[in-house]
Design a protein around this ligand. Structure first.
Ligand SMILES: Nc1ncnc2c1ncn2[C@@H]1O[C@H](COP(=O)(O)OP(=O)(O)O)[C@@H](O)[C@H]1O
Ligand SMILES: [Mg+2]
Length: 342
């Protein structure tokens, strides 16, 4: 067993990290969170879902860190340790040959930031690293014919970034990435509640409100929820009632930014490929794509069909899996130009 060389796909997201193991499929899908000692930030107490659990328990002396922000590594050592932890959790730690890693990354990150991803993965213990643009991986994961001459369009809406791309003949023809995703929606909700009610809410509450009430289109039947936070004047716990209409308005800006990124790509897409996209539709992937009504909002604004991908949050990892399972064949056919070597 230890002699087998492993191939792993790692979709290192701002919110969630997924790991695909060759011939096994997705074996890990956990939060991108690390819990460390408050007075020694190098001392890791928990990673991933365990870290999320510890977060809920609010034990003294520890704090939760998100080592990625807007698709970029903000804490190199913690990211490295986290990748190491996930590799060991996925394939054990007794392998003799280090694994090869296929990593997806947002198109928006700079060459230096991309090198940091590569370095973190390398020092976490991998033999070779292949980088794949997130929308390309997501398109493969949706089952789109990425190697055909026809154009297909994918928009991956994650926690920290939105990546929109038109793909054809095994490569990205045009892409655009913005540092707006689910987290910006949470922040917009927090900002709104602060302005309107003078109440501070935590990140988790903001996300819960989003999952509960948010939509990209006004709802016919307005919904309400009570939220708890801290009164900014008295510093005491406070509750208030909010409506789905208010939350719809609060997240309008990030939703329009996502729409703007899609338009940006379409406006620069060669006419024949744009015609393919008009005909075949735009595919939405990533957790942010699950926002209620987002597909309809984009479709009605652009007059193009929009399809929410099946297993939207898994698409990038499934695409990496697709590459791993067919790697030898792709190499024989000379179809690996989408893999970045630096
Ligand atoms: N049903 C939903 N409605 C709106 N947002 C959602 C929903 N489910 C998940 N999300 C959001 O999707 C984001 C995570 O998506 P994901 O693709 O896992 O991100 P990343 O790949 O950047 O880690 C989070 O901001 C989360 O709140
Ligand atoms: Mg994702």
């Amino acid at each position: 067993m230890g002699f087998v060389a492993h191939d792993l796909g790692v979709d290192l997201g701002t919110s969630n990290t997924l790991v695909y193991v060759k011939r096994k499929g997705i074996v890990i899908s956990e939060s991108t969170i690390v819990v460390v000692d408050s007075n020694n930030e190098r001392k890791i107490r928990a990673v991933g879902d365990d870290a999320r659990v510890a977060l809920g328990r609010a034990t003294d002396g520890v704090m939760a860190v998100r080592p990625m922000r807007e698709g970029v590594i903000t804490d190199f050592d913690l990211t490295k340790s986290m990748i190491e932890y996930f590799i060991h959790k996925a394939i054990g730690s007794s392998f003799l040959v280090k694994p090869r890693l296929f990593l997806s990354y947002p198109c928006s990150i700079s060459p230096i930031e991309r090198r940091a991803v590569r370095e973190a993965a390398k020092s976490a213990g991998s033999r070779k690293i292949f980088l794949v643009e997130k929308p390309f991986a997501a398109a493969l994961g949706c089952g789109l014919p990425v190697f055909d001459p026809n154009g297909c369009m994918v928009v991956d809406i994650g926690g920290g970034t939105t990546d929109a791309a038109v793909i054809s003949l095994g490569g990205t023809v045009i892409s655009h990435s913005i540092r707006v995703g689910g987290v910006k929606m949470d922040e917009a909700i927090t900002g709104f509640i602060k302005r309107e009610f003078n109440i501070l809410i935590g990140d988790r509450t903001a996300e819960e409100v989003k999952l509960d009430l948010a939509s990209a289109l006004p709802l016919h039947d307005e919904r309400r929820a009570r939220i708890r936070g801290r009164d900014m004047v008295t510093n005491l716990p406070q509750t208030t009632e909010i409506t789905s209409t208010q939350i719809y308005q609060a997240i309008r800006e990030p939703c329009l930014a996502i729409l703007g990124a899609i338009k940006w790509v379409l406006e620069r897409t060669p006419p024949e490929l744009a015609a393919d996209v008009m005909h075949n539709g735009i595919y939405l992937t990533g957790g942010g794509a699950l926002l209620y009504g987002l597909d309809q909002m984009i479709a009605s604004e652009l007059g193009i069909p929009v399809l929410l991908a099946k297993n939207a949050t898994d698409c990038a990892a499934l695409g990496l899996g697709n590459i791993i399972e067919n790697f030898d064949l792709l190499q024989d056919l000379g179809k690996t130009t989408f893999l970045s070597q630096n």
